[in-house]
Design a protein around this ligand. Structure first.
Ligand code: B12
Ligand code: SF4
Length: 460
């Protein structure tokens, strides 16, 4: 079969990120198929580009990767859905090949997206096994479709969704990823690469969608295979300056994380990297190993400065655990950046105020302050209306505070978070998460390029 793999993602904030998931699916699809990657990230006219490029390839199956349904400020569900609708429409104009949607964005609400976007098929969750099975079933005229895990399809009776397969993908069977297939502009312009060391998060935070995408069952890659892939990526793209470990939480299980760090140290890895970390299971040995292995910083989903909210969100940790993590980071010199989400369901303005006080008192190296947006708001106008007024009040409070904390990142207000500022900082040679640079001035004198003042020069 001739299979077109189309990466629809065009988001460039906080970085343009390689289509790692789609590449995994493509490389897991047997080579007897003719496969080609089409990436719309850097296309100025994406619909025209896909029409021009897909036509000559004449695909028999089109697999679209939908990484996000939200934008970077979590305000963009409507426009993302309209974009994908138009993308599917453009593809339909030039080919009658069946269209399959997949990816993390699709997996968050597969049935709603099948209904709204009307692709022929959708696969939620991991695609390494189910997508090749779909190709085989389609070659056989549709035989076996009903046994493909997490397959969604349109039928006369509505949307038919198969249950998930009994087994998750064994990461030890991960394909060797050929990054020469990727658009070099990811590396030339952003200098960042993505690496996955494991899948599955055992925790049960209330709002979290990650288990729908990659499950709760932990599956580890061999540390040597991870570091081999990092070195291979560097060989293929010497413009890489930074790696992001995309695991939902790198330090759980901590033995695995420590072993990955030990492998990097043993092999003299010397390029900076960032990961997500969790206050649970965070210890000084991990922080020290990470630092020695080149960790430039860790991002922590701390979420709230109120214990009863952390409990309601089922985070499994308390504000004391957040403080403990921060203290360890300070002692070991690991930069910590905490994301706080203000105004989650049932939160009062008093809770919001106390959380803000907590952030000020904790004084982490970086703070990303978000305001809660429910993915379903775009599909439910009544819910959106009800939430909007509360969000606006919180945003007004953050507007009052922003000048006192010039290094806070406040995406809904565009504070330290705008395409023009990011573009200039990237051009100025700043790689990886930009929060790492916003307080360098405090450490090294305000003329350092990373000082808020200097970073300010790089903004509008
Ligand atoms: C790491 C990460 C980041 C890092 C990325 C760093 C980097 N250099 O790569 C950072 C912090 C920069 C980031 C930013 C954003 N992220 Co993010 N991110 C993740 C995370 C944790 C892992 C993504 C990843 O690489 N996974 C590894 C790959 C291998 O898995 P995958 O892409 O899911 O692919 C698998 C399946 O989805 C499927 N699949 C993929 N494509 C296809 C295609 C077909 C046809 C099929 C059949 C299957 C299939 O098979 C793949 C292999 O199993 C996910 C959550 C999660 N646990 O998935 C969120 C996630 C993808 N992010 C999300 C969002 C919203 C964003 C932002 C828009 C907002 C933000 N947080 O700032 C930006 C956008 C960035 C951009 N340019 O697109 C959402 C997307 C869903 C949504 N609600 O819109 C997620 C799911 C988190 C969430 N909130 O639920 N992110
Ligand atoms: S720790 Fe992170 S990935 Fe795991 S359930 Fe909680 S929010 Fe989701």
């Amino acid at each position: 079969m001739r299979i077109a793999f189309v990466s629809g993602n065009r988001e460039k904030l906080p970085d343009a990120v390689i289509p790692l998931g789609l590449l995994n699916v493509m490389e897991s699809t047997p080579d007897r198929h003719e496969k080609k990657l089409f990436d719309l990230c850097f296309e100025i006219y994406p619909f025209q580009a896909i029409t021009d490029q897909l036509g000559p390839f004449d695909p028999e199956l089109v697999a679209i990767g939908m990484r996000n349904i939200q934008n970077a400020a979590y305000t963009g569900l409507d426009s993302q859905l309209n974009y994908y609708e138009e993308l599917i429409g453009s593809i339909r104009k030039i080919t009658s090949a069946p269209i399959v949607l997949g990816g993390s964005g699709f997996s968050v609400m597969p049935r709603e997206l099948m209904d709204r976007l009307r692709p022929d098929y959708g696969i939620s969750g991991e695609g390494e096994e189910s997508f090749p099975q779909l190709a085989v079933a389609l070659e056989a005229g549709g035989a076996g479709l009903e046994s493909i895990g997490n397959l969604h399809r349109l039928s006369d009776e509505g949307i038919v969704s198969n249950p998930a397969s009994a087994k998750f993908f064994d990461l030890r069977n991960s394909p060797n990823l050929d990054r020469t297939l990727l658009d070099p502009r990811y590396y030339e312009r952003y200098g960042i690469d993505s690496i996955q060391t494991k899948r599955g998060c055992p925790l049960t935070c209330a709002y979290c969608t990650y288990p729908i995408i990659e499950g709760r069952v932990g599956r580890l890659r061999e540390p040597s295979a991870v570091v081999d892939e990092m070195f291979q990526a560097l060989d293929q793209h010497p413009e890489i300056h930074h790696f992001f470990i995309v695991d939902s939480v790198f330090n759980l299980p901590r033995t695995h994380a420590k072993n990955v760090c030990r492998e990097m140290i043993a092999r003299n890895w010397n390029m900076p990297w960032t990961c997500y970390a969790n206050p649970l299971g965070f210890d000084i040995e991990f922080a020290e190993l990470a630092k020695e292995a080149g960790c430039a910083g860790m991002e922590i989903g701390s979420d709230s400065g109120r214990d009863h909210i952390l409990k309601r969100l089922r985070k499994g940790f308390t504000t004391d655990d957040i403080r403990n993590l921060h203290d360890i980071c300070k002692t070991t010199g690991v930069k910590d950046c905490h994301t706080f989400i203000l105004g989650t369901e049932d939160e009062t303005l008093e809770d919001v105020e106390r959380s803000i006080e907590f952030i000020v008192d904790l004084d982490p190296y970086g703070a990303i302050v978000m305001v809660w947006v429910d993915d379903y708001e775009a599909l439910d106008p009544a819910l959106r209306k009800q939430r909007l007024a509360f969000r606006e009040t919180i945003e007004a409070r953050l507007t009052e505070l922003k000048d006192d904390f010039p290094y806070w990142i406040i995406p809904p207000l565009g504070v330290n978070f705008s395409s023009s500022m990011f573009r200039r900082m990237r051009r100025g040679g700043f790689h990886g998460p930009l929060w790492q640079y916003f307080r360098l001035g405090e450490e090294q004198g305000s003329n350092h390029p990373g000082s808020p003042a200097r970073a300010g020069e790089l903004t509008d």
